[in-house]
Design a protein around this ligand. Structure first.
Ligand SMILES: Nc1nc2c([nH]c(=O)n2[C@H]2C[C@H](O)[C@@H](COP(=O)(O)OP(=O)(O)OP(=O)(O)O)O2)c(=O)[nH]1
Ligand SMILES: [Mg+2]
Length: 137
């Protein structure tokens, strides 16, 4: 089966990363994830992530670049998650279409009850951002 195409936003602000909680009535309820969602027909993935962050949180973001591409097999179907680094430009954060949010230090992302596809992403964030100030030789 072809994977579902999904975009996700890695938003780093003041050294913390934004995680959102999935709504109780969504698939995989109440798990934590990076804001984002499914690519629509004829939509560029970078437009998709900007739209999803706006719809879910009311925030305007700029896409800085691709961070990671994750292929994961869920029991129902595989997904291909395009995770983009994004910068918060404007707009107050509002929980418009999420059940909660948390700004978390990069090294703690792995301790959240995340969607399974996001684990490698969380580990990479902890490695690359978490010890950025203490691992220089
Ligand atoms: N948004 C998001 N989805 C993810 C992540 N990791 C991951 O496996 N997914 C999966 C879960 C879902 O199967 C799919 C995206 O679902 P979604 O529920 O966010 O899609 P959406 O925002 O378009 O929601 P809707 O319009 O169907 O309500 O991708 C992630 O970090 N962020
Ligand atoms: Mg979503």
């Amino acid at each position: 089966m072809h994977p579902l195409l999904v975009t996700a936003a890695i938003i780093v602000h003041e050294g913390k990363i934004l995680l959102t909680k999935r709504k109780p009535d969504a698939p995989y309820p109440l798990l934590w994830e990076f804001p984002g969602g499914k690519l629509e027909a004829d939509e560029h993935p970078e437009q998709c992530i900007v739209r999803e962050v706006r719809e879910e949180l009311g925030m305007e973001v700029a896409v800085e670049g691709i961070y990671e591409v994750i292929y994961h097999r869920y029991p129902e179907r595989p997904v291909l998650v395009l995770a983009y680094r994004c910068r918060w430009l404007a707009g107050e954060l509002q929980e418009l279409d999420v059940a909660g949010h948390c700004w978390t230090p990069p090294e703690l992302v792995t301790s959240f009850a995340l969607l399974p596809a996001d684990l490698p992403l969380a580990e990479r964030l902890a490695r690359e951002f978490g010890n950025a100030h203490s691992s220089c030789v």
